[in-house]
Design a protein around this ligand. Structure first.
Ligand code: SF4
Length: 212
């Protein structure tokens, strides 16, 4: 819904009413434990969309949205770095602001943006696609409207690119058929645990069964 609201080519979602109608039209009921849980989530979705549009309406900004939900790609030799950005705005001074929406977290701080590897990769992708233009990354916590930004210096972007080239090449070259998973504390919440449990010798046990 926010993609359509910020898309200047899409005149169908410009008001709160249109946004709420689009939300309900696109809402997927599946995956909730009960009808009540689904209704609560939908209610929260309505509040988030309504508050975002009201804030945007009163925001003193002259920035233009350049693109929404755009996939960017950078050739790094043995692989491509790919990222999909929620939105990129262009300010009057020609600088570019990458906007990333977070619907789960209530607030956000500049260090959260600075320590976020995805936000760093987005900055690299946008900087390389628009050389010479200042780029910063911003996370908006949709529940509260809190926002925080961080900008990597050109030397930091160069360093990130060099690190990604090394790491990516190593991943591309590794023979994963020979790699054996090693149990660790992260396994408990990992989506791939069932796959790792199929491996011979993968001796993982739930925390409650482990010896202290
Ligand atoms: S279960 Fe997840 S975290 Fe644990 S070894 Fe496998 S992939 Fe890694």
């Amino acid at each position: 819904v926010l993609e359509r609201f910020h898309d200047s080519q899409d005149a169908g979602v410009e008001t709160v009413e249109q946004a709420l109608a689009a939300l309900e039209e696109n809402w997927i009921d599946a995956g909730y434990a009960s009808a009540q849980e689904m209704q609560e989530a939908l209610g929260e979705g309505r509040q988030i969309v309504e508050a975002h549009i009201e804030r945007k309406r009163h925001e003193p900004t002259t920035a233009r949205t350049l693109f929404v939900e755009k996939t960017l790609r950078l050739d790094l030799g043995t692989f491509d770095l790919i990222g999909r950005v929620d939105r990129v705005d262009e300010a009057d001074d020609d600088s570019l602001e990458i906007i990333d929406y977070k619907s789960g977290r209530p607030t956000v701080h500049p260090e959260d943006v600075a320590n976020d590897i995805a936000m760093a990769c987005y900055q690299l992708l946008v900087s390389r696609a628009h050389p010479g233009r200042a780029v910063r990354a911003t996370i908006i916590a949709l529940r509260s409207g809190a926002r925080a930004s961080h900008s990597l210096a050109p030397a930091e972007l160069d360093e990130l690119e060099a690190d990604l080239r090394v790491l990516g090449s190593e991943i591309v070259a590794r023979d994963f058929a020979q790699v054996r998973p090693v149990p660790k504390s992260l396994c408990e919440d990992c989506d791939f645990l069932a796959l790792c449990l199929r491996q011979d010798g993968f001796a993982w046990t739930p925390a409650q069964n482990r010896e202290s």
